[in-house]
Design a protein around this ligand. Structure first.
Ligand code: SF4
Ligand code: MG
Length: 325
């Protein structure tokens, strides 16, 4: 609720100027049990900060993180410890998060033993089950990370998270570094595991095409704020925010006839610096629909259709006729 994360940084050759990075600037959202909520947007828009902050891997500057009736933002490290197993994260680069000197078996056994889900005697069986869960043969327990492909390493990282018996997993660009064919396999795996273990995902990605099929709902972020949030099919069929429409117009259509008839909307320029975000609507410097009011007034977060929220002064329940499609 009202999540804010600012970082203070020093700028200039001698660090003589203080500045504030507005990584998250007041976002409010729910993640419902068993769903996959995706966060999308260009790099630097605050997705990863949102993911790590809701897990309390960092402390928010302001706002609440309500989980199981408690506000994680207010808990001490010690109070958080018993909840840590519930809340896991899978990062983009599995190579950097696996210890190169540990076998897969040792890597997977560590959190299981730490959380007391098995003893030294029984842990090998649990490791074998975890490997089976992520589609790897038992003999992989004796391998080292450098002996595995990127996709296999990501399976190990997912198995390690599963070993904590989590309820909620943040997948931060978890498939972005993988080949397209391997991406599909990992997505299928994540969906199977969700069904089997009743997992809830916050799925962070910059690729809209990828999130369409895995998401229950999709939130589009821009410069530390939410632009739009809707059930996945609604967002793809009826994007109401000009930024979402621009992102979607970059996604190729599978149907070649539809693809040829489409007008591309190119987003001009880069995301402005989060050190000095534009006033009013943060998207106004790049928005093809921007009017005078957009430069000064922050658009309200409104539910314009059932469960479909958008922050734009001009968005209505139907795509405005003037909006480029
Ligand atoms: Fe564009 Fe204005 Fe809507 Fe922002 S509020 S998205 S600048 S039309
Ligand atoms: Mg990121």
């Amino acid at each position: 609720r009202g999540l804010v994360k600012h970082f203070n940084v020093r700028l200039g050759a001698f660090g003589e100027r203080g500045a504030t990075v507005h990584a998250l600037d007041g976002i409010t959202f729910d993640v419902f049990e068993g769903e996959t909520l995706s966060l999308v947007g260009e790099s630097g828009c605050g997705k990863s900060t949102a993911g790590t902050t809701v897990l309390r891997l960092q402390t928010p500057t302001a706002g609440e993180i309500l989980y199981g009736g408690r506000d994680l933002a207010k808990l001490s490290e010690k109070e958080l410890r018993p909840l840590r197993a519930d809340l896991q994260i899978v990062f983009q680069d599995p190579y950097s998060t696996l210890n190169p000197r540990m076998t897969v078996g040792e890597e997977l056994a560590a959190p299981i033993l730490h959380h007391g889900h098995a003893t030294r005697k029984t842990v090998a069986k649990v490791v074998e089950q975890l490997l089976a869960d992520v589609g790897l043969p038992a003999r992989f327990a004796s391998r080292y990370p450098h002996e595995l492909s990127g996709g296999q390493r990501q399976r190990v990282v997912i198995a390690r998270a599963l070993g904590c018996r989590p309820r909620f997993i943040v997948c931060d660009e978890a498939i972005s570094a993988l080949d397209v064919s391997v991406q599909a396999q990992i997505i299928n795996l994540l969906q199977d595991l969700q069904e089997k273990y009743g997992l809830t995902y916050l799925f962070i990605a910059h690729d809209l095409a990828v999130v369409r099929h895995i998401s229950t709902r999709v939130a589009v972020m821009y410069l530390g704020r939410f632009a739009e949030l809707a059930p996945s099919e609604d967002l793809f069929r009826m994007p109401l925010h000009p930024y979402t429409r621009a992102l979607l117009s970059a996604v190729p259509e599978a149907d070649p006839v539809v693809e040829r008839s489409r007008k591309r909307q190119i987003l001009e320029g880069d995301v402005p610096s989060p050190l000095d975000p534009p006033p009013g609507c943060r998207f106004h410097t790049r928005c093809p629909m921007a009017q005078e009011i957009c430069r000064s007034a922050v658009p309200e977060w409104r539910e314009v259709r059932p469960n479909h929220h958008v922050a734009c002064h001009f968005a209505g329940p139907d795509p405005a006729p003037g909006l480029p499609s």
